[in-house]
Design a protein around this ligand. Sequence first.
Ligand code: AMP
Length: 150
Amino acid sequence: MITVSSKDFLQIPIEDYIISADKVAHVQLGNNAEHALLVLTKTGYSSIPVLDVKYRLQGLISTQQITDEILGLEHIEYERLPSLKVDDIMKTDLPVIHIKEKFQKGLDLLVNNPYVCVVDDERTFLGILTRRVILKQMKKYLYQTQESEV
Ligand code: AMP
């Protein structure tokens, strides 16, 4: 059996492991919070990317950020949802990974994030790298290494 060394494994390009942009639920700048909450609830994801018209990554929006924003003293002010823009609620300070990066960089970022957005030089959104995908690859690698040692 051919096995890869752990050093080589960490140098594998992430490109092969991303979930491509066309399969990732997202919202656009200018969308209102009601629409974002609808997408988040329907897809079941806790956060999704916010893109501009040129498909460049601008931020991430989560259910928690939206509910935080409409949390009144006495009740949740759902009536404010249509007038709130995702632009004003989204998180803009977010980790990103360049499409040409290697597995090691992805692994480092995914320790503290369930997923990271993948971009090119122009910050065009190309997809996401998730903890699940990385863990699957690591599992495969570890099992192969174990088998080759027996
Ligand atoms: P997973 O590792 O598959 O559980 O995904 C971790 C997180 O990545 C999810 O909670 C979502 O926020 C995000 N995510 C995964 N797949 C998608 C997708 N197809 N569209 C949007 N977000 C996604």
